[in-house]
Design a protein around this ligand. Sequence first.
Ligand SMILES: *[C@@H]1O[C@H](CO)[C@@H](O)[C@H](O)[C@H]1NC(C)=O
Ligand SMILES: *[C@@H]1O[C@H](CO)[C@@H](O)[C@H](O)[C@H]1NC(C)=O
Ligand SMILES: *[C@@H]1O[C@H](CO)[C@@H](O)[C@H](O)[C@H]1NC(C)=O
Ligand SMILES: *[C@@H]1O[C@H](CO)[C@@H](O)[C@H](O)[C@H]1NC(C)=O
Length: 379
Amino acid sequence: MDHRRRLPPALATVPALLLSSCLAASLLLVTTPAAQAQVASDPSGGGCSGNESPPSSQTTHQQQLWVFGDSYADTGNLGDLGRELTHAWYDPYGASFPGRPTGRFSDGRVFTDFIASAMGMPTPVAYKLRRGAPRGLMARGMNFAVGGAGVLDTGNFQRNISAQIDLFQAQRRAAAGRGCGTAGIAVVVVSGNDYSYATDKGNSTSAAIAYIPTVVRQLREQLRRLRDDLGMRKVVVTNLHPIGCTPLFTRALNYSGCDPLANVGAAQHNAALQAVLAALDPANQTFLLLDVNAPFAAFVDGPAAAAAAERFAEPRRPCCESFSAGGHCGEQDDDGKRLYALCDDPSKHFYWDEVHPTQAAWATVAETLRPKIHEFLST
Ligand SMILES: *[C@@H]1O[C@H](CO)[C@@H](O)[C@H](O)[C@H]1NC(C)=O
Ligand SMILES: *[C@@H]1O[C@H](CO)[C@@H](O)[C@H](O)[C@H]1NC(C)=O
Ligand SMILES: *[C@@H]1O[C@H](CO)[C@@H](O)[C@H](O)[C@H]1NC(C)=O
Ligand SMILES: *[C@@H]1O[C@H](CO)[C@@H](O)[C@H](O)[C@H]1NC(C)=O
């Protein structure tokens, strides 16, 4: 392997402008005018600026889940701006579940859905779909993650993690004023958009690797803020998956193996993040570094992947494969003719498109993380 080879661009980046007011309601959410009116007239609750207000009886025993991140966690926040810009709102996305696109970057559910389930909670309402959401669900938290986002700006106008946390602050009263005293659990999912941006901008891998300290320093500040300024009781933060094993990288190798340099970059980010958490929280009381890298690697990288081949017969070839290397899943020509091939059985593939796992992959990954999550939340 030539380690000096330039990394392919555009990791997990979905060009998009968050200018649309389109509110496509997800099938997963029950949308009723009554629920809408309730939400709209929901009193703000007031007095939520500190941690001193006791929660009211209604939600005393109900945890709240707040999600921040990118397309690995987005459940509809990237608005529908057309097939070219926002693939996840078009077929074949959502084909396995619920049978139509819901803005999720998968054939079905994504990480947020499974992680919420592992925590015994409903999938939180996507911020963008909040107006149609039932009040009971609104009281359980919200998902601010948006496809293409990074810790810092990634050049596509998606809300970076800081801006997502700002939104949380603004929404907390309106959406969950009843839970003032217990901000609950935060999940932070950062999957590498900062690095694809740096790779593109600097036209080199070394630019992306040089960017790691900047990204991790900024992420540290955001994590600190969630705990110290916003009173999150628990904060779960994912590390980076083996980026070099995504089809975006492996396609050039006919899916035979992973790009080692990209995986080294991910490992460096992960080591830096672990050091940051160890310094922020030496007793592991508030933060859990959720190691998604290990289960991903077990299925898609190296000898372990061969052992796991029974689970995913196609560990690196995506189910939905564009005809051209620069194309995308769901791409069509001017006559509406498909410019991609779709596999027969997405559950045999780990990857759905060039960067995103299938629902089956997310289910399997989340299952391996479940014990860790339970142990962490029970303390
Ligand atoms: C995040 O986004 C906000 C709002 O667009 C911007 O003001 C801020 O500079 C961004 N932060 C970083 C670290 O890029
Ligand atoms: C990026 O780098 C490659 C080789 O390193 C070079 O061929 C190409 O012209 C560069 N592109 C830009 C826009 O600088
Ligand atoms: C790519 O791999 C497949 C098997 O996975 C094989 O059938 C095909 O011939 C390979 N193509 C090239 C160009 O090596
Ligand atoms: C905290 O977790 C890390 C692993 O993430 C572990 O190495 C360390 O020993 C733990 N510290 C305590 C005090 O349990």
